[in-house]
Design a protein around this ligand. Structure first.
Ligand code: FAD
Ligand code: MLT
Ligand code: ZN
Length: 480
């Protein structure tokens, strides 16, 4: 089938409004959030229902055209944009954004894949419930994209990542069939779990059209604190101390170096440093309780006082109001935006065992800055999960885009090798996409790679679902 016949077929399925082919209409969706990759597509298609998604998949399969599913396009590894030069369509789920149902007695919510995370939060709150996964892109990221990347965020410490919070999935598979897996069962042992295969599959195994999600009871009382301290190992000791004071009320424990705070203050209007002095490291922590806000705050104060006595922290402030709590949290959420505004960096999203992270940050920072003169490491994020965004900023005063193109790959290999040496992962939460494909192929154990390829081949033998992402080709030279 030639391109013309294929595009006519799409218009038959979706009507003219559901198929965009003009360069101007496609352009905003062809470049990833980090502006690292601009791909090509024959069309941007926007189905409104599951039947249309199935018809598109069957047509694309007949025509041998690749399908790239896209939600909010906030992904960090260019998984949601086509590869340059591909004969592909971009399939946007944004019009399939309904909250289909909420069942408070079942503590579950069912939403279409294009539903935006903050809308899901609001819908759950209307029923006295919470959907407890949150991240900086919550006003754009979609349920389908969050599942497809197995997203993490700031509350993983307490509630796990997206796969822990997904009860069921409805998805169109690469042959156009519909997997009707929207169950809200808490226990189901019918063998291989397709829901879990689709979590983290980055659009390579099918198109998620809806999902049922786990809700938890609302916890209206929160205490948010900003703490200044001298080292990442003190920060980890503080986490363990707070946990012993307040138990699992600690939902979030995020590390913010002074350099990241400075980027935020420089680029994001309306932000203010929570503490008067400067500290090499800061921690943002959020504690929540359904029971008693005053007691929670008192426990947090006691924990921080003990940490001060033990010399673990230098200073701390507990938010006095919900507005102040939001302001503290915002500083953490906008770090990526501030970094992007400041210029290019070689970004890494690594995990190591939690207890090894403080040492890793110190050693790897030293090693990178020694090896690549003029670079500065900004490592921030989810310390409590053993995951930091270990970003290496280009030397000041030069052309950072050119530096990234020339030296970035060598820096990334160096960082990934250091991570690998301590049993870590090169992708803690963002996935592989296009940007990490060659590094994944380089460092991954061959058994993992062949199992991945076998699963891909079994479900998508024609290779039409999001090619060039996540699953490295057997011949490394063929990878984009
Ligand atoms: P997209 O970017 O559109 O797509 C991502 C991947 O999912 C692609 O491979 C795409 O093909 C696939 N996909 C999308 N929809 C579907 C579907 N319906 N069916 C099958 N495949 C699909 N991530 C974290 O994990 N933790 C964070 O703390 C975090 N913070 C962020 C902060 C900011 C400011 C930004 C911009 C991003 C952040 N991210 C974070 C990354 C991003 O928000 C997540 O990866 C998110 O899950 C992507 O959702 P999306 O809807 O934008 O997906
Ligand atoms: C975050 O934790 O803020 C993100 O995952 C985004 C990033 O890595 O830039
Ligand atoms: Zn993150």
């Amino acid at each position: 089938m030639d391109d013309r016949a294929f595009l006519d077929g799409l218009t038959d399925i979706l009507g003219p409004k559901g198929v965009a082919t003009q360069a101007d209409d496609l352009a905003p969706w062809l470049t990833d959030w980090r502006e690292r990759v601009t791909g090509d597509a024959l069309a941007l298609v926007s189905p409104k229902n599951v039947g249309q998604v199935q018809d598109i998949v069957r047509l694309a399969s007949d025509a041998g055209v690749a399908i790239v599913p896209q939600g909010g396009n906030t992904g960090m590894v260019a998984g949601g944009v086509p590869c340059p030069g591909d004969r592909a369509i971009l399939l946007s789920l944004r019009k399939m954004n309904a909250i289909r149902s909420i069942d408070p007695a079942d503590n579950s919510l069912t939403a279409e894949a294009g539903a935006i995370l903050s809308h899901v939060h609001a819908a759950a709150e209307e029923h006295g419930r919470r959907f407890p996964l949150s991240l900086g892109a919550k006003d754009s990221a979609t349920i389908g994209g969050l599942i497809a990347t197995n997203a993490g965020g700031t509350q993983v410490l307490r509630f796990g990542s997206m796969r822990n919070l997904t009860l069921g999935v409805e998805a169109v598979l690469p042959d156009g069939s519909l997997f009707e897996g929207l169950s809200t069962l808490r226990k189901d042992n019918r063998g291989y779990d397709l829901r879990q295969l689709l979590a983290g599959s980055e659009g390579t195994l099918g198109i998620i059209t809806a999902a049922s999600l786990k809700l938890i009871p609302a916890a209206p009382h929160r205490t948010v604190a900003w703490i200044g301290l001298g080292s990442a190992s003190d920060a980890l000791a503080l986490l363990r101390l707070l946990e012993s004071e307040v138990g699992d009320a600690v939902e979030s424990f995020e590390l913010v170096p002074q350099a990241a705070l400075e980027l935020v203050l420089k680029h994001i209007p309306g932000t203010r440093a929570p503490l008067a002095g400067e500290h090499r490291w800061n921690v943002l922590t959020e504690l929540r309780s359904a029971a008693d806000g005053d007691e929670l705050r008192a426990q947090c104060e006691a924990g921080l006082a003990a940490a001060l006595d033990q010399g673990l922290i230098a200073d701390a402030v507990i938010a006095e109001s919900e507005a102040q709590a939001e302001a503290f949290c915002k500083i953490r959420e906008v770090i990526s935006e501030a970094e992007r505004a400041d210029g290019r960096a070689a970004k890494h999203d690594v995990s190591v065992p939690v207890s090894a992270m403080p040492r890793f940050i110190e050693d790897a920072t030293q090693a990178v800055e020694d090896r690549f003169a003029g670079t500065r490491v900004v490592a921030f994020g989810h310390l409590g999960d053993g995951n930091v965004h270990f970003n290496v900023r280009a030397p000041a005063g030069g052309n950072d885009a050119a530096w990234l193109a020339e030296t970035g790959p060598e820096v990334s290999s160096f960082v990934h090798d250091l991570t690998h040496e301590v049993g870590g992962s090169l992708s803690a939460e963002h996935g592989i996409g296009q940007l990490k494909l060659s590094e994944f192929a380089r460092v991954a154990d061959p058994t993992r790679l062949s199992a991945l390829r076998a699963i891909k081949q079994a479900l998508d033998p024609l290779g039409i679902m999001n090619p060039g992402k996540l699953v490295p080709l057997a011949n490394p030279g063929d990878n984009p």
